[in-house]
Design a binder for this molecule. Sequence first.
Ligand code: PAF
Length: 285
Amino acid sequence: MRIIESISEMQQQSETWRREGKRIVLVPTMGFFHEGHLSLMRAVRNQGDILVISIFVNPTQFGPSEDFERYPRDLERDLRLAREVGVDVAFVPATSEMYPEGYQTFVEVTEITRSLCGKSRPNFFRGVTTVVLKLFLIVKPHAAIFGEKDFQQLATIRRMVQDLNMDVEILGHPTVREGDGLAMSSRNTYLSPEQRLKALGLSRSLQEAQTLVDRGERHAAMILDRVRETLGEGGDVRIDYVELRNPLTFEEVSEINGPTLLALAVFVGAARLIDNCILRIPSHD
Ligand code: PAF
C-alpha cells in the first residue's frame, strides 16, 4: 500500500490510472478505524481496479466547541488495518495541505442541511461537502462510498454530486453495529462502560419504533414519545434531537404514510451519538 501525502502527487497518480482505463474507488474517512470503516473498504474492494482511502480529520466540519482536538487518532494502526484489507493507496494529507493559508472557498447544499445535524452543528455540512468535493478533485474517483449511519450526510453528498453534475457514483452502505446493536462510531471510545449501556437506548428505541408501526401506530407524536422514553433522558443522557422526516426531502412528518426516516442524536456523557432507521409500513413496502 502506498501512502501519499501530497495533493499534486495524488492528482498525478489518479490521472495516470484514468488514462490507463482503471476504475478508482474512494473511501473517505477521518481515521480511527472500526469495523464500519473496514466494511466500507471491503464492500468496494472489488468494485474498481484501485482502492484509495483518505484519512483526514477535517477541521472545517467541527464547531468551535466540538471535539476536533481530541477526536481519536491512530494513524499507524489505521494504515496497518487498511493494508490488511487490501487498500492500494492511503491519501493522508496534512491540514496545511488541504487548507493552506488564505483558504476561503466553501461549497454548501442548502435546504436538506437545515434540519437535524445541520441545525445542531451549523457549519458541519458545509465542511463535509467542501472536503468531499476537494477529495473528489484530488483523487478523481469513479465511485465513492459512505455509511448510512450518517444518513443526512449521505443525502447531502448525493445532492451536491447531482446539483454540480459531478461524474462520481455515490454508494451507500448499511450501518455496521456491535453485537448488542450499538452503531459503530469512532466516538464510542468516549463512553465509559456505564455510558455504553445507556447508549444502547439508541438502537433499542429504533427497533421499538418499528414495532409500534408494525402494530399499526401511525402518529409521529406517539412514536417520538416512545423513542424519548426509551432513550431515558437525564444524568449522562441528553437528547439533541429525535425526529421523523421524509427521507428524500427531509420535511417533518406527522403521520407515517410510507418509508419515514427516524433520526436521533443523543449526547451520552461527552459523546454525541447519532443513529437512524427507515420506518416501513409492512404492507406498503
Ligand atoms: O463521515 C466522515 O467520516 C466524514 O464526515 C467524511 C465524509 C470523511 C468527511 O470528512
